[in-house]
Design a protein around this ligand. Structure first.
Ligand code: ASP
Length: 334
């Protein structure tokens, strides 16, 4: 048996290492070329049956067809969406866990003094999905019949009127805060894990008022099972031609739209992100998605917006936009 010199051993180790690295790289390449090979989990950071869930399920169903693998929705509600976002931030960055979240991703970055993740550094971006108008609604038997009447009623009954929301940082919380600030009257808020369960209580008369997205309120408004006072979009919506905007109803500057995006944990392979991006773009052109979005008062983001760069710019811009507003309001969550 020949004895190898130290140099020989070093040369062998070096080439072995090189071969291993090459194999690993090739393997990763092949693995990503085959992506996705199994079910993808889309985390919705709110309860089932609510507006974020509705948008996610429509998009996930369409993406499943395109990707050839199931995209299943998992609801991780609580703490205004920050629990679900935290779950995705700490998930494996392999392309099999994605997050569909809304504007709360930006507002919670300032609203929460302690977040389990660093919003701008914990995620990769896939693209924007949609921007949804909100509606100011109430239980069916609440006395007022128009927005002005609602404002007077809320002011006169400020210690007993209850406003439902999906926790601090949720869109419903944001809109409720805007409402209270517009009428200069703090009201009693009731937090839920999502506005799906909040809607159940509004229908049952256990809570009085809510400001929530059309993706959760349209069916009930059209069915007359809740009362609607205004939409928060700059113009009236085709689906509710008789419903005034909040500005028309007497609340100057009261406009808010809730944008949604898809994220993955930081470090997700670019090949996986590229597939998710192209699949999201196809889903947003899927006639079923387009039609359902229209019935729910919204429309899909454009192809240019359904991109990582557009979502990154949106999130950064919105964090900067909301930071001073939240700091001025001085309402934080721990
Ligand atoms: N998106 C809703 C909100 O922020 C909550 C939900 O989806 O259930 O209020």
């Amino acid at each position: 048996m020949s004895i190898m010199s130290r140099e020989d051993i070093m040369t062998r180790i070096t080439s072995l290492l090189a071969a291993t690295t090459l194999a690993a790289t090739l393997f990763a390449g092949v693995a990503q070329a085959d992506y996705p090979e199994r079910t993808i989990t889309m985390v919705v950071p709110f309860a089932a049956g609510g507006p974020t869930d509705t948008v996610a399920r429509l998009v996930a169903e369409s993406m499943s067809k395109d990707l050839g693998q199931q995209v299943i929705v998992e609801n991780v509600g609580g703490a205004g969406g920050t629990l679900g976002a935290g779950r995705v931030a700490s998930a494996d960055a392999d392309g099999y866990t994605v997050l569909l979240h809304h504007i709360g991703m930006a507002t919670s970055a300032t609203l929460y003094r302690k977040l389990a993740y660093d919003t701008l550094n914990a995620f990769d971006y896939v693209g924007l999905v949609t921007e949804v108008p909100m509606t100011i609604v109430a239980r069916k038997d609440l006395e007022p019949t128009d927005l002005k009447g609602l404002v007077d009623y809320a002011k006169a009954n400020k210690d007993t009127v209850t406003v439902a929301n999906a926790g601090i940082g949720a869109a419903s919380h944001l809109c409720g805060m805007l409402f209270m600030s517009a009428i200069e009257t703090p009201l009693v808020t009731v937090p839920y894990k999502g506005t799906g369960p909040a809607m159940t209580d509004l229908l049952g008369g256990q809570v009085d008022i809510m400001c929530d997205q059309t993706t959760n309120t349209t069916k009930q408004i059209q069915g007359g099972t809740i009362k609607a006072f205004a939409v928060t979009s700059p113009a009236r919506l085709d689906i509710f031609p008789d419903l005034p905007t909040a500005v028309e109803g007497g609340l100057p500057g009261f406009e808010v739209g809730i944008w949604h995006g898809v994220y993955t944990p930081k470090g997700t392979p670019p090949e996986a992100i590229a597939k998710l991006e192209s699949s999201l773009q196809k889903a947003l052109k899927d006639q079923n998605v387009v039609a359902r979005f229209a019935e729910l008062g919204t429309k899909p983001s454009s192809e240019a917006d359904a991109t990582p760069a557009a979502l990154k710019a949106k999130l950064e811009g919105e964090i900067a936009r909301w930071k001073p507003i939240i700091e001025k309001a001085g309402q934080y969550a721990d």
